[in-house]
Design a binder for this molecule. Structure first.
Ligand code: HEC
Length: 148
C-alpha cells in the first residue's frame, strides 16, 4: 500500500467509527431514549417528519379523546384568541419552538398538567402537522421591545 492509500483507509475507518458512535445499530439517533424508540418518538424537532398544514388545521379543532378539548378550545381560532390571557398565543410562532414544546409536553420534559394530557397521545406526525399549521397563521406575538 502506498502512503496515500493507507491514509485514505485510516480516514475511512475512523469515519465509520465516528458514525457508529452517533447512531445505534438500527440507525436511531443517539439522543432518543429507549422509551421513545419503542414508541417511534423523536425528541428533537429536527427528527420529525414533514408537517402538513391542512392535517394540522383539522387536528387543531378535533376534541382529544381523553380530555374532551381541542387546541382551539383553549388557544382560540388560529391559536390567536386564547380563552385566558395567561394562555400562550400560538399563531405565527416558530415551527421548531411549537414542535419542540409539544414533544416536551408529551414526554413529560415540560411540566404543565393541561398540556401534558393534551399532548400525551400525539404522534410525531401529528406534532409536525400542528406546528406547521399554527406556525403558518398570522402572528399576534409581541416581545418587550418598546415597552416603557
Ligand atoms: C385546556 C386548555 C388547553 C388545551 C386544550 C390546549 N392547550 Fe396548549 N397550552 C395551554 C396552557 C395553559 C399552556 C401554557 C402551559 C405552560 O405554562 O407551560 C399551553 C401551552 C402550549 C404551547 C407552548 C406555547 C409557548 O409559547 O410556550 C403549545 C405549543 C401548545 N400549548 C399547543 C397546543 C396544541 C397544539 C393543542 C392541541 C393539541 C393544545 N395546546 C391544547 C392550554 C391548553
Amino acid at each position: 500500500m502506498t502512503k496515500t492509500k493507507i491514509a485514505t483507509a485510516l480516514l475511512a475507518a475512523s469515519m465509520t467509527m465516528a458514525m457508529a458512535a452517533c447512531t445505534s445499530p438500527d440507525n436511531t439517533p443517539a439522543e432518543h431514549s429507549s422509551a421513545d424508540r419503542t414508541q417511534g418518538h423523536s425528541k428533537s424537532s429536527s427528527g420529525l417528519p414533514a408537517g402538513h398544514a391542512e392535517a394540522g388545521e383539522k387536528l387543531a379543532s378535533t376534541k382529544n379523546a381523553a380530555t374532551g378539548q381541542s387546541c382551539v378550545d383553549c388557544h382560540g381560532a388560529a391559536g390567536n384568541a386564547p380563552i385566558a390571557p395567561i394562555y400562550p398565543k400560538l399563531g405565527g410562532q416558530y415551527y421548531d419552538y411549537l414542535a419542540h414544546s409539544l414533544q416536551m409536553y408529551r414526554d413529560g420534559d415540560r411540566d404543565n398538567a393541561l398540556m401534558n394530557s393534551q399532548a400525551k397521545s400525539l404522534s410525531d406526525q401529528q406534532i409536525a402537522d400542528l406546528a406547521t399549521y399554527f406556525g403558518e397563521q398570522e402572528s399576534h406575538l409581541r416581545d418587550l421591545h418598546g415597552l416603557k
